[in-house]
Design a protein around this ligand. Structure first.
Ligand code: GLC
Ligand code: CA
Length: 532
């Protein structure tokens, strides 16, 4: 397929912004929409095509915006609807699309719908949520646990029933079997589509439908004591249900009322199940988010297998995508170390499929230690001892060497990293060998070479710590060789029978080097070779 025939989200690179942490414009220590608008030039320079914003709707912020109390407004912490419109306008002016994070599975317990719903058993909104009687002994209706630990059921004294919440108890799950709920949520989607958003990232979407009979989940045979408590059971009856596809198809119909809009789904599912969310003919989600690199142990054997299993299972009509990190998982620079973080960035930006970058990963920002008195994420408290808290990967973007890394003139809601005077955009932009320079150049290379967007992917057999593959279009071929270990390695090219020249390496010091016969890599090194 010629690259001109691809849609914007197939050609593009998506950049996830955690709005609280990108740029604070008014000194309250919390990032906001005008702050994002003021940094669009940076994103244009970086070369990304779309921003996905974690939730910005009004919220009591128990789960920092993933507990929505009004689907059709902006939380005052982030600004106003006018600020939103301005941001969208300014983004579009720079050819940057805007992807809105929509939270369909649950609302805040402060949403007027839930406030109504819990008033009485015969309230018209009662059935908008999942209410159920206790068992005869007073215990919850079934054994389902919350993803954030503890029972998924909370008892309501006033109406003497339990309600279900997949996440915190302040996040009651909506009842998607109720047509009124569906209609209200589709109207909320239209509200943002009308304002010009180019797509949605649908939050926690694999939990949307639950077993109507509320059957108990089975124990997980793989469970061991060091796993988080929510892994004790297999989520057989409260997640990934086939009747979900009806609902998702309806959401796609809503998106299809507009031109060229994208639906991404957050789905932590095995590869085979993930593929089902494209729909049998690609009629459901265009992009079921692929977290398989993010969850995989970082060694060549597993990464090779993961890439090829995903590529092999992908239906012909489906477009692939890759995610390395996000606001719920440790940052790459901490998970695999700074050297490998460069290798990982090269992998993400040269595989076939839309990459999603997480803000500040382009700087190699590590997880930042949060002193216990500054902990914000309640998950740290609901699952103590499991390092479940997500604050370390949500710290402010580091712009320059001024106090608080130029993020805020006030006190940031989470601390910046101790080495921010050098680990920042301004410093790295001026350093020809920095992580930012490397990613900037990789992105530029990807944008200028259609083979890196749409070229055929093929693995090159390798062993040891190497991951190698080619990307080929009719007129250009590239070979990527990545060393996932810290010792030097060599790949023989005799089988491939090709030679070429290095166009980019992770340390930015081998450009132009001729390659034939074999290629040697230092530890933690990756190279992109243009084949003759
Ligand atoms: C998703 C979000 C996560 C949030 C959860 C509940 O997994 O990515 O941050 O806590 O949904 O909404
Ligand atoms: Ca602010």
């Amino acid at each position: 397929m010629a690259i001109d025939n691809l849609l914007w989200w197939q050609r593009g690179i998506i950049y996830q912004i955690y709005p609280r942490s990108f740029r604070d414009s008014n000194g309250d220590g919390i990032g906001d929409l005008p702050g994002i608008t003021s940094k669009l030039d940076y994103l244009g320079w970086l070369g990304i095509d779309a921003i996905w914003l974690s939730p910005i709707c009004p919220s009591p912020m128990v789960d920092f915006g993933y507990d929505v109390s009004n689907y059709t407004d902006v939380d005052p912490i982030f600004g106003t609807l006018d600020d939103f419109d301005e941001m969208v306008r300014e983004a579009h002016r720079r050819d940057i699309r805007v992807i809105f994070d929509f939270v369909p599975n649950h609302t805040s317990d402060q949403h007027p719908w839930f406030i109504e719903s819990r008033k009485s058993r015969d309230n018209p909104k009662r059935d908008w949520y999942i209410w159920h009687d206790a068992r005869p002994d007073g215990s919850p209706p079934n054994n389902w646990v919350s993803s954030f630990g503890g029972s998924g059921w909370t008892w309501d004294e006033q109406t003497q029933q339990f309600y279900f919440h997949e996440f915190f108890e302040q996040q009651p799950d909506l009842n998607w079997r109720n047509p009124e709920v569906r209609a209200a949520m589709y109207d909320a989607l239209r509200f943002w589509l009308d304002r010009g958003v180019d797509g949605f990232r649908l939050d926690a979407v694999w939990f949307l439908m639950k077993d109507e009979r509320l059957r108990d989940n089975p124990p997980n045979p793989e469970y061991s004591g060091d796993m988080s408590p929510n892994k004790k059971l297999i989520a057989a009856y409260n997640s990934d249900r086939n009747d979900m596809f009806t609902v998702l198809r309806e959401m796609r119909d809503v998106a299809n009322e507009y031109d060229d809009r994208l639906l991404i789904g957050e789905l932590y599912l095995p590869i085979d199940r993930l593929m089902a969310y494209y729909g049998p003919t690609g009629d459901i989600l265009q992009m079921p988010h692929n977290f398989h690199l993010l969850r995989q142990s970082w060694d060549a054997v597993h990464i090779r297998a993961t890439i090829d299993l995903y590529a092999g299972r992908l239906p012909d009509f489906a477009w692939p995508n890759w995610v390395l990190s996000n606001h719920d998982n440790p940052r790459m620079a901490s998970r695999i170390g700074p050297g490998q973080a460069r290798v990982a960035a090269m992998l993400l930006l040269t595989l076939r499929g839309t990459p999603t970058l997480y803000y500040a990963d382009e700087l190699g920002l590590p997880d930042v230690d949060i002193p216990s008195e500054h902990i914000q994420d309640p998950e740290e408290h609901t699952m103590p001892g499991h390092h479940a808290g997500r604050d370390p990967e949500r710290t402010p973007m580091q712009w320059d060497a001024s106090p608080h890394a130029g993020f805020t003139s006030g006190t940031p809601w989470l601390p910046v990293s101790h080495d921010y005077t050098t680990l920042n955009v301004e410093h790295q932009k001026n350093d020809p060998h920095s992580m930012l320079t490397m990613q900037h150049r990789l992105i530029a290379l990807r944008r200028s070479e259609p083979a890196l967007t749409d070229g055929l992917y093929a693995p090159v057999l390798s062993d040891g710590d190497l991951v190698a593959y080619t990307r080929e279009s009719s007129d250009r071929s590239f070979l990527m060789v990545l060393n996932l270990g810290s010792n030097s390695q060599e790949l023989s090219l005799t089988r491939l029978g090709r030679q070429g020249r290095i166009v980019l390496n992770t340390r930015l010091d081998r450009e132009g080097e001729a390659v034939s016969g074999s290629i040697a890599l230092r530890g933690d090194e990756g190279v992109v070779v243009r084949l003759d």
